[in-house]
Design a binder for this molecule. Structure first.
Ligand code: ZN
Length: 396
């Protein structure tokens, strides 16, 4: 496997299991002494000494000042050098493609909206390449300090090859994004479906940080789910795990664009909400105005929220309970309706558990991120690969 000329000298090092485990622990805990690392990783003190010496030599880990003594010698704390490492993020969505550079904490240092000449793969990806190069330059970031590029795409993706199999949203079929971006930018590239990327954003940077079993339900720009089970993103042999948007949930429900009735997508996709509102009131409403009207208690918009709540509740229960999840995050604007949506879904979920006697529990929440969740998700994708040993990182 070629590393596409990836210059970062830590590459081989982090791909060894022990070094990844130490980095992952430092990332999770912020800073640790060598003896804490020994305790948390279960490795021997000699192994920890050797690995941390390597990581310090590589410049990825720094030694901070001494901590408080608990009797013996004062321990020296270690932490990841955040100033050394960055992630590049790409969101590919019709009319709303963006790139960003983030640090490992998920802080966005720069964000750019793309304006490609067309949505054709060459045009859009050329625009991505040009604006990423411009951002590296304007932030004076050396390429070797970027651990990878994450790409979140609306569509079905083959993550191991970094390929979009099909994106209805972009009108793409079989586009090898990772090899196109990787060859040009000489960096590892990771490509994922947007709902999966968002699930990783919650896992690494948001609500699902402290659990290994969670689901992110994407809404607003479509419908889908990203599922993390036992700390790992589920993808499936055909890369369609989490494609819950067009599985009918409501018998004789609203007619969906796919021809069926009662799909989750037709209830949560804002384009469909807008069409329903127009049909009922004769008025086309923008998202911000729709949210405002719900706040004000306007009848038609409140009715739409009330109709959507049971459908999202069904989705949470149908997927969350059999998967025995701890956290379910409702993304998009629906997750911001605390009482009418989030708490409604939680009550429905709890009632099913009580009635059926299934010994499980999940907390349902709105997303941790108001905006930019796709970009954070793409960053989460890179972080996930970087800290997960032996993952296949990009197209060969
Ligand atoms: Zn449908």
């Amino acid at each position: 496997m070629s590393w596409l000329g990836r210059p970062i000298s830590t590459t081989r090092l982090v791909r060894t299991y022990n070094a990844s485990t130490v980095l992952r622990t430092l990332y999770e805990y912020g800073r640790c002494s060598r003896s804490q690392l020994t305790e948390l990783t279960g490795m021997s003190p000699a192994t920890i000494t050797r690995i941390t010496a390597d990581l310090i030599k590589q410049g990825v880990v720094l030694e901070g000042g001494p901590g408080k003594s608990t009797g013996g010698r004062r321990p020296v704390y270690l932490h990841i050098d955040q100033s050394k490492l960055y992630v590049a993020s790409v969101k590919l969505l019709r009319d709303d493609s963006q790139i960003a550079i983030l640090d490992l904490e998920g802080r966005i240092l720069t964000l750019e909206y793309l304006n490609p000449p067309s949505l054709a793969p060459d045009d859009l990806l050329d625009t991505v390449i040009t604006s990423l190069k411009r951002s590296f330059e304007s932030l004076s970031i050396k390429q070797e300090h970027i651990i990878g590029i994450g790409v979140a795409v609306s569509g079905i993706c083959q993550p191991e090859e970094g390929r979009v199999i099909r994106s209805v949203n972009l009108g793409w079929v079989d586009v090898p994004i990772a090899s196109i971006l990787g060859e040009s930018l000489r960096l590892p590239v990771f490509v994922e479906n947007d709902a999966n990327a968002c699930a990783l954003a919650e896992l690494w940077l948001g609500n699902a940080r402290d659990t290994k079993n969670s689901m992110y339900i994407k809404t607003e720009s479509g419908a889908g789910a990203g599922i993390i089970s036992n700390g790992t993103l589920l993808t499936g042999p055909h890369f369609v795990t989490g494609e819950i948007g067009h599985i009918p949930l409501v018998p004789d429900g609203e007619r969906c664009r796919c021809g069926q009735r009662g799909c989750l997508e037709t209830y949560v996709y804002f384009g469909d909400v807008q069409a329903r509102y127009l049909l009922r009131t004769g008025e086309k409403v923008a998202l911000s105005a729709f949210l405002q009207r719900v706040q004000e208690g306007e009848e038609a918009s409140v009715k739409i929220v009330q109709e959507t709540a049971p459908v999202l509740a069904l989705a949470c229960a149908h997927w969350g309970i059999p998967l025995d999840l701890d956290i379910i995050t409702i993304g998009g604007f629906w997750g911001r309706f605390k009482e009418d949506i989030v708490e409604y879904c939680q009550r429905y979920y709890n009632t099913i558990l009580e009635q059926s006697g299934i010994p499980s529990h999940a907390t349902i929440l709105g997303s941790s991120f108001d905006d930019n969740v796709d970009l954070l998700g793409a960053a989460g994708l890179v972080i996930d690969h970087w800290f997960t040993p032996f993952s296949v990182p990009f197209a060969r």
